[in-house]
Design a protein around this ligand. Structure first.
Ligand SMILES: [Zn+2]
Length: 191
């Protein structure tokens, strides 16, 4: 049984006026509103819950809710809390070594360029490849997007060649083709 602590008509929790009737069927009304009643009841119950929890621990029947957490669930929980990156940032700040990563010259240059990947399928493919998957692991759609992108990059690369570099590579290719022709000739045995 609870006992009213504040004077009649005053809320036991917030000290405000009780605008409702000052009595209930059980006696003096303690709180002005439901929120005050719930908050006060929760706080009154906290020591009781703590004692019960300590008794469960002492009796060896308490089981941590994290006991059967899978590694994936743990990683997700820690990531949500930002644990790893937060610890790293804090150490950097304490050592005076933290710099806004977006303000380095390299980052400024990169951020000022237009985005290169506008195709979501290609972007997905590159994310997978960056995470260690092989081209063969990609969906046919992603493979097609990735190969088209590679061809485009190689074409752009060729366009940047200097005349000397182009001549050097063409000479290499002619040499390769000549050897292949000779191999075929000697294999076929024709003259
Ligand atoms: Zn109140």
């Amino acid at each position: 049984m609870t006992v009213k602590t504040a004077p009649l008509g005053i809320c036991d929790h917030c000290g405000g006026d009780i605008h409702d009737t000052w009595y209930t069927r059980r006696g003096p009304r303690r709180y002005c509103c439901r929120d005050c009643r719930n908050t006060a009841n929760s706080r009154a119950g906290a020591p009781v819950r703590a004692v019960k929890a300590k008794q469960r621990v002492a009796a060896g029947i308490w089981v941590s809710p994290l006991a059967d957490e899978t590694p994936e669930a743990e990683a997700l929980r820690l990531a949500r809390m930002g644990m790893k990156s937060r610890q790293v940032r804090r150490a950097e700040v304490e050592a005076g070594a933290w710099r806004n990563p977006a303000l380095t010259p390299a980052a400024r240059a990169k951020l000022s360029r237009p985005r290169t990947i506008l195709d979501p399928v290609l972007h997905q493919a590159q994310e997978k490849l960056n995470s260690g998957q092989r081209v063969a692991d990609l969906t046919p759609e992603e493979q097609a997007a990735y190969r088209a992108h590679r061809r485009e990059m190689e074409r752009a690369q060729r366009e940047r060649w200097t005349p000397e570099e182009r001549e050097r590579r063409h000479e290499k290719w002619r040499e390769y083709a000549r050897r292949a022709r000779e191999r075929r000739k000697s294999k076929g045995g024709e003259g």
